[in-house]
Design a binder for this molecule. Structure first.
Ligand code: COA
Ligand code: MG
Length: 287
C-alpha cells in the first residue's frame, strides 16, 4: 500500500471521486475534516459507503473520532458491521489506546458475527506532546495494528506553535522528531510506517521532494489530501526499473560469491543489510 487518500466523511462528491483516484487506500474521515454538527451525518454516510463499495476498489480505512470525544463508541458501532479494512485511531497517546480500541473491536466483531481480527488498526501517533514519549509502546499492543502515521498540525496546536515549518518550508525540530519517532515506533511494532500529508496540494515539486525523502528514510507509503497527489505518491513508492535492476545485481553478486558475508559491486562494499534491503525491494515489486 503506497497511497492513502483522505476523504471527508460527509462529502458525497469527494467519496464518489475517490473511488477512481488510483489510491491504494482511502481514509474516510469522520474526525477533523467533519464539523461537530455533521458528525452523525458523516457516520451514517461513511457506513453506507463502506457497505456499498466494490470489493475490487481501494482498501477502506475509516478514521474514527478520538478516544477523548463522546463520538468514538458510536463510530465503531456504526462502522464495524460495514466491514472496513481498518479503523484509523487519531490522537493516540500510547499502545494502551490501541489496546482499548482493539478490545471494543473484539466485542463488536463477535456481536456482528465477524471473525475476530477482521478489522485492522492504524493510528496517528504524534498529535500531542505526551504521545512522543510513548512511541516504543505500540509493539505488542494488538495484532490488528498494521500501520502507523504521524501528523504535524495537531502537534503544532498542542505546542502552541505559530508554525511547524521554517522560512524555507522545512519542518522545524519538534516535527522532525515526531516524524522520526513515528518511523522508529512503527518499525519496532512491525507496522508499516506511513508518511504524513503534504498540505500544499497545488505544489507538486514540494510533494515529490517530501515523498522521496520519506522513501529514502524507510517510510513505505504516504497519505494524500487531494486526488492530484495520488499519482506522484504511487510513482515514488513503486520501485523503478533502475531500482529493480540494482537489487537483482546485489542478489546475484551474493549468489555467485557463495557462502560469504561480504561482496563488492561496482566498487562498493555490500554486506548482509544490503542483501536484505535488495530482497525487500524485489519482494515489494512482486506484490
Ligand atoms: N477526495 C476526493 N475528491 C477530492 C478530494 C479528496 N480528498 N479533494 C478534492 N476532491 C475533488 C473535488 O471535489 C473536485 O471535484 P470536481 O472536479 O468534481 O469538482 C476535484 O477533486 C478538484 O478539487 P479542487 O477544486 O482542486 O480542490 P477543492 O478546493 O475542492 O478541495 C480540499 C480542497 C483541501 C478542501 C480537499 O482536497 C479536501 O477536502 N481534502 C481532504 C481534507 C481532509 O480529509 N483532511 C483531513 C486529514 S488532514
Ligand atoms: Mg489530526
Amino acid at each position: 500500500m503506497r497511497s492513502f487518500l483522505f476523504v471527508p466523511g460527509d462529502s458525497e462528491k469527494k467519496q464518489a471521486k475517490a473511488q477512481d483516484s488510483g489510491a491504494d487506500a482511502l481514509i474516510l474521515d469522520m474526525e477533523d475534516s467533519v464539523a461537530l454538527s455533521a458528525k452523525a451525518t458523516a457516520r451514517a454516510m461513511t457506513a453506507e459507503y463502506v457497505k456499498a463499495a466494490p470489493a475490487t476498489g481501494p482498501k477502506l480505512i475509516v478514521r474514527m473520532n478520538a478516544l477523548d470525544t463522546p463520538f468514538w463508541e458510536e463510530d465503531l458501532k456504526a462502522i464495524v458491521p460495514a466491514r472496513p479494512f481498518a479503523i484509523m485511531v487519531p490522537k493516540t497517546i500510547s499502545g494502551a489506546c490501541i489496546a482499548k480500541v482493539a478490545g471494543a473491536l473484539d466485542r463488536l466483531e463477535q456481536e456482528n458475527g465477524l471473525p475476530e481480527g477482521t478489522v485492522k488498526l492504524c493510528n496517528v501517533a504524534t498529535e500531542t506532546a505526551a504521545s512522543l514519549f510513548n512511541m516504543g509502546s505500540y509493539a505488542g499492543a494488538s495484532p490488528r495494528l498494521f500501520a502507523m502515521t504521524w501528523g504535524a498540525e495537531d502537534l503544532a496546536a498542542d505546542l502552541g506553535a505559530r508554525s511547524n515549518k521554517d522560512e524555507s518550508g522545512v519542518y522545524t525540530g519538534p516535527y522532525q522528531l515526531a516524524r522520526t519517532l513515528c518511523l522508529l515506533g512503527a518499525v519496532a511494532a512491525e507496522a508499516m510506517p506511513i508518511d504524513s500529508i503534504c498540505k500544499e496540494f497545488r505544489d507538486e515539486a514540494a510533494l515529490r521532494a517530501e515523498t522521496r525523502a520519506g522513501l529514502r528514510d524507510g517510510f513505505t507509503g504516504k497519505m494524500a489530501i487531494h486526488p492530484a497527489q495520488v499519482p506522484v505518491i504511487n510513482e515514488v513508492y513503486t520501485p523503478s526499473d533502475d531500482d529493480l535492476a540494482h537489487a537483482r545485481a546485489i542478489v546475484k553478486a551474493f549468489e555467485e560469491a557463495g557462502d560469504v558475508g561480504v561482496v563488492s559491486l561496482d566498487g562498493v562494499m555490500l554486506d548482509r543489510p544490503h542483501l536484505k534491503q535488495a530482497e525487500r525491494i524485489l519482494a515489494k515489486a512482486a506484490e
